[in-house]
Design a protein around this ligand. Sequence first.
Ligand SMILES: Cc1cc2nc3c(=O)[nH]c(=O)nc-3n(C[C@H](O)[C@H](O)[C@H](O)COP(=O)(O)O)c2cc1C
Length: 181
Amino acid sequence: MRLLLGVTGGIAAYKACELTSLAMKAGYAVQVIMTAHATRFVGPVTFEGLTGRPVMTDTFEGAGAGGIDHIELAKWATVACVAPATANVLAKLACGLADDALTTVFMALRRGTPCVLAPAMNTEMWLHPVTQRNVGWLGELDRYSFVAPTAKRLACGDEGVGALADPIDILAAIQARTPPA
Ligand SMILES: Cc1cc2nc3c(=O)[nH]c(=O)nc-3n(C[C@H](O)[C@H](O)[C@H](O)COP(=O)(O)O)c2cc1C
């Protein structure tokens, strides 16, 4: 079982460390890809320590010189997840943009590779009609499924929906979509 875990630039990025740890204990090999903004919240070295694998943050780093190849990585995955998924990355996935390592690899995933998205953001960002449209549109595609954000007092101080789902629930969603070996 090979899990490709995308981590994006939200306050809940630290919870992706717990998800990584849970997935490793559940028997997944985990490869992490971070956006540049995600690295402002959590250091790649944390994920490297948890997974034993180098984290991909830059499409061009080491390209053609033995670095991580984005197409090989996309082929490697049996299941993929983005947690937390920012409003920005949801919009990029909905538009098919591939302008950084994470979105490039996720666009290159094989057609049968399931992809679990766990959004987390401020309530207004989540309820924004464009975000809701993007989530609705992505959810209509076979490859994407969502673990909905939960309601609570958010890091920004607002009360409402937008908190990352519990990592245990995200792992359960990943396991439910992992193809049999
Ligand atoms: C302290 C802080 C917390 C943030 N939390 C979130 C968040 O939870 N969700 C979100 O969508 N954006 C959040 N943002 C904004 C994103 O970091 C910003 O949209 C960024 O461009 C996302 O980049 P990425 O999607 O490539 O990681 C936060 C920004 C800051 C400074």
